[in-house]
Structures are given as structure tokens and as C-alpha cells.
Write a new protein. Sequence first.
Length: 138
Amino acid sequence: MSIIDCKLIDLPKIPDRRGSLSFIEAGKHIPFIIKRVYYLYDIPAESDRGAHSHKTLQQLVIPLSGSFEITLGDGFNKQKYLLNKPYQGLYVAPMIWRELGNFSSGSVCLVLASDFYKEEDYYRDYDEFLTAVQMGKI
């Protein structure tokens, strides 16, 4: 996988005088079935999150409220995204290192995941991740 496989996905947005509504349908708007949902909130100023990669897990990262930056890397190239639209998510492919930061006050980051939590699916050490990429464990 490479960062080319990662992309912003526009979700349906239904505006109404009472507010807007967006929705996500697995297999239609995202390329995987959702098995886990989690969210980050009450993030202290200057805090960073992420700093890991998944061996097989796919994710869609959505800024439900506020904004934050996410930097993706495949071991060769890096790409930074500013997420600030609740109707737009960032698809993160397997074997992509991710770092989240620069959270605005009151940010809420929603993550949809293709599998249940499995510690063995993580690379938490960047050098270990790079070695796996160089050895072609993708």
C-alpha cells in the first residue's frame, strides 16, 4: 500500500433549514464493512494521537466537530491533511503510518474501522514499521 491508496471521501450531505445530515453506508461510501467505531474527544491542547500503523486494518477518519491534522506516511512519502468538514472523511489504507495533531478546541474525531481491536495488527514503533515496509510485508 502507499499513500496514493489513501483519499478524502465526500459523504452524502443533506442540508435542511433545521441543520444538515450526513450518513455512511458500508460497501457504498467506504470500501469496507464497519466492525468497530471509536472516537477521540477532550483532547488537551498540543496533544498528538496516532503514531502507529495497522498491518491489515482499514479506517475512515472523520472530524465530527472542530478540526485536526493527520499526516500519513508509507515509508517513502508523506502527505498532510487538514480535516475540518464533518461530511468528509479520510480513508486510511493498511500499512500507512498516521499521526494526528493540531486539534482545535472541542474537536471530535470519529474513526470507523474494518476490524475489531487486535493488538497484533499494530506497528507502534516507527523503525519496526519501516523495516516491515522495506521487507515487503505489505
